[in-house]
Ligand binder design. Structure first.
Ligand SMILES: NC(=O)c1ccc[n+]([C@@H]2O[C@H](COP(=O)([O-])OP(=O)(O)OC[C@H]3O[C@@H](n4cnc5c(N)ncnc54)[C@H](O)[C@@H]3O)[C@@H](O)[C@H]2O)c1
Length: 319
């Protein structure tokens, strides 16, 4: 196993920490900012990821760069038969979805998308619960806080061209992914976006409200303009009563089932503890040839929901 990480920022550090924990050797790293190489002093250093791919021929590449770079980097890896684990979102433009899926289909290598919350115990419990219970609908809420200093921490943040959107495509993506993972894929969305607290700081939305309908029915509210960082909440109405999901607990009709977090935190609390299990699972798939569950098609589902919400402009829009 020869691992390489592209992008040594906030989340690249998490991936490097997990690789170390799993005992997987980090052969090479790439960043355009050479100061970041101090994170991996013993690995080979590159500022051009294509040169890394040519020279190192890694088994697995971790794409941990800003959103607008994901599609090209993923396709470059797949075209060279290199397994690639891409941080979320898989891509930010509709036209990138088919070319990524085509490259994946042609490649002998695997593509995985880092939707690590699918590995949380409470979420797995609800996914299993819904195999034997019918859900009528749900609501998901992400009320977090991001200020001007956060957006100043990376030139790519807060811009349509490079982040591809605001709270929906970045902070709330995991929760929206869980909504569709639990309830299925809706056909339509009616969404309104606003910039309530970060006007003049970001050009993208800091707040979004959306109603997803057709097939799966759920509403969604997300904001980066909250006064504090609140726990994410998902509430589902099922034939067995109301199921409420909190980060480490599930309430079924008010009765709590608590889950001890089954992993270590490698980054911020809000990333959860799923990275280690997801990365370990991806490497196991590469080793054994088993198909990794969160492949290109799975990773693209939430991107399609978000891009349709961005197109909606308050009107019912096909996904
Ligand atoms: N799964 C999660 O919970 C989670 C959490 C945080 C971030 N992320 C995702 O991780 C990605 C990176 O986010 P971040 O917060 O680490 O950003 P960051 O700005 O902290 O880091 C990005 C790094 O990529 C480098 N970079 C930029 N262009 C490059 C290029 N062409 N080649 C090589 N390196 C390049 C930058 O110099 C920087 O070091 C984003 O897609 C983000 O959404 C996921």
């Amino acid at each position: 196993m020869k691992a390489a990480v592209i992008g040594l920022g906030v989340i690249g550090k998490v991936h490097i920490g997990v690789l170390k924990e799993l005992g997987i050797p980090l052969a090479a790293v790439c960043d355009v900012d050479e100061d970041k190489f101090s994170l991996a002093p013993d690995a080979a250093h590159y500022t051009d990821y294509l040169k890394l791919l040519e020279a190192e021929k890694p088994t697995v590449v971790h794409v941990c760069t800003p959103h607008y770079l994901h599609a090209d980097m993923v396709v470059s890896c797949l075209e060279r038969g290199v397994n690639v684990l891409c941080e979320k979102p898989l891509c930010i433009r509709a036209e990138d979805v088919p070319r990524i899926l085509a490259a994946e289909a042609r490649s002998g290598a695997q593509l995985g998308v880092c939707l690590q919350n699918r590995y949380n115990e409470a979420n797995i419990y609800v996914k299993e619960f819904l195999k034997t219970h019918r859900a009528e609908g749900g609501i998901g809420t992400v009320a977090w806080y991001r200020d001007a200093a956060y957006y100043a921490s990376g030139a790519w943040r807060g811009k349509w061209e490079t982040e591809g959107g605001g709270v929906l495509i970045n902070q709330a993506l995991h929760t929206l992914d869980l909504m569709q993972w639990f309830l299925g894929e809706p056909q339509f969305v009616t969404a309104s976006l606003s910039t309530l607290t970060l006007g003049g700081v970001i050009e993208v939305e800091d707040t979004a409200a959306a109603l997803f309908t057709g097939g799966a029915e759920f509403s969604f509210f997300a904001t980066n303009g909250s006064r504090a960082q609140f726990p994410v909440e998902i509430t589902l109405k099922t034939d067995a009563g109301v199921v409420k999901l909190l980060p480490d607990a599930v309430l079924l009709d008010g009765k709590a089932k608590k889950f001890k977090s089954n992993g270590r935190l490698f980054g911020k609390y809000c990333y959860g503890t799923g990275h280690e299990r997801l990365i370990a699972d991806f490497y196991d798939c590469v080793r054994t040839g088993r198909k990794f569950a969160i492949d290109g098609t799975e990773g693209a589902k939430v991107v399609k929901l978000i891009l349709a919400a961005y197109r909606s402009g308050g009107n019912k829009t096909a996904i």
